[in-house]
Design a protein. Structure first.
Length: 418
């Protein structure tokens, strides 16, 4: 800070007259005589909010800003002050701490009047006192208008926040209700899958299902048809929605009804197809399925493959075959041609049936698991039982998938001939 003399008396007089239009020449001269002219660089704090300071300022050159603190890290701009404006009078009039901070935006030249001089000037000049009172009232009115506006804005923000909170609460309730519904649906769906398999001498079964979502579209089963035959079923409903879960339950119920009518897999799957068309004519949903009938005495397996993944047949010597069979998915298009195939199973054979969620699993690098990788894993298990094979395949798929999201249901059904 450097004390300077006014450039000349006339320039100071012009500033004072611009400031105090109602003052007499005598009052202007009196202020000019008692004011101390000083200059400050940009960034200088002339008045600090909360401080007790007893100086009245008249801005002669430059620009200053008036700010108030909102928090320790935030402030609000109240106004800008230009040549001819004054500030700091309230602290002298009501002997209160500064209500705001005034900072030089540019280098400034100000005229400063201390408390004693300011008081004497007011006594000697009623016009000056009236001017200051008028300015203070104007500032007070502007402050009130600004604060009222801010309060109205805050009130509107609070009202909107309350509306948003109500909407969020309603959405939370809906989400919680949907979550409970999905948990219930998942519980019901798990109840549809077999908890145990038939006990048959020389045969064992194992299965695993891991839905991509709370509920899935895959299902499997191994069930006695009569004293001489076992039914083997694995199927996959397109889509993974609640609708798919309902469609899965319907398809499962239809299969369990139709398998009691005939031992022909082609006739069973064809009947289920026709019934699904009746309940899904307006939908884009369909079912892929592998259904086989195993004769317990001869180990002769008759089966159809309706668009499902090719089952793998692992032999005791570690060789691997794919079970062929032509056929399209069911439940969507009218015309359906299914090839009924048959094969003899032998001691040590393992029949591995899976959904396409196994081979279509993706890694974090977006690589597909694939049929070749599955075949390689299966070939390592020629002497393993059904449970062990299911565990090895599932562990391999999940390890391959890693942190990548699961997009499809992963389902396995293994039948082992001892």
């Amino acid at each position: 800070m450097t004390n300077i003399e006014p450039e000349n008396a006339s320039s100071t007089t012009l500033v004072l007259k611009k400031l105090f239009q109602r003052l007499s020449q005598t009052d202007v001269d009196a202020l000019r005589q008692v004011a101390v002219v000083k200059q400050y660089p940009a960034g200088t704090v002339l008045c600090r909010e909360g401080a007790v300071e007893k100086v009245f300022y008249i801005l002669r050159q430059g620009t200053a800003k008036i700010t108030q603190r909102l928090s320790d890290t935030e402030e609000i701009l109240i106004a800008l002050r230009n040549p001819g404006d004054f500030f700091g009078e309230m602290a002298l009039i009501d002997n209160s701490p500064r209500s705001a901070t005034v900072t030089a935006v540019t280098p400034v030249v100000v005229m400063e009047i201390d408390e004693a001089t300011f008081t004497q000037v007011l006594r000697d000049s009623p016009e000056l006192a009236l001017t200051l009172l008028h300015n203070s009232l104007t500032e007070l009115r502007n402050t009130m208008h600004r604060e009222i506006g801010e309060l109205l804005q805050k009130n509107e923000e609070l009202r909107q926040a309350y509306v948003d909170l109500q909407a969020a609460q309603a959405e939370l309730i809906r989400n919680e209700r949907m979550k409970r519904d999905l948990e219930l649906a998942a519980q019901v769906q798990r109840g549809l899958l077999p908890k145990k398999f038939p006990r048959v001498a020389g045969l064992s079964f194992a299965a695993r299902a891991q839905p991509a979502r709370e509920v899935g579209g895959d299902f499997y089963d191994a069930f006695p048809l009569d004293a001489q035959h076992i039914g083997l079923l694995i199927a996959d409903v397109s889509d993974k929605s609640i609708h798919a879960a309902i469609f899965m339950a319907i398809a499962r119920a239809l299969f369990h009804t139709e398998v009691r009518r005939t031992l022909s897999p082609r006739e069973v799957v064809s009947a289920v197809h026709r019934l699904l068309l009746d309940v899904s004519s307006d939908d884009d949903m369909f079912v892929t399925a592998f259904y086989g009938v195993l004769h317990l005495d001869t180990r002769h397996l008759t089966y159809v493959r309706a668009g499902h993944e090719l089952p793998l047949l692992l032999h005791r010597d570690g060789t691997l075959d794919l079970l062929p069979g032509a056929g399209r998915f069911i439940g969507m298009l009218d015309d359906l041609v299914l090839e009924e195939c048959s094969i003899d199973l032998h001691s040590g054979d393992r029949l591995i049936m899976c959904s396409d969620g196994v081979v279509d699993a993706r890694s974090a690098a977006d690589e597909r698991y694939g049929a070749d990788r599955l075949a390689g894993v299966v070939k390592t298990c020629p002497a393993a039982d059904a449970e062990a094979i299911v565990a090895v395949i599932m562990d391999s798929v999940l390890a391959f998938q890693g942190s990548a999201p699961q997009f499809d249901d992963i389902t396995l059904l293994v039948a082992a001939v001892e």
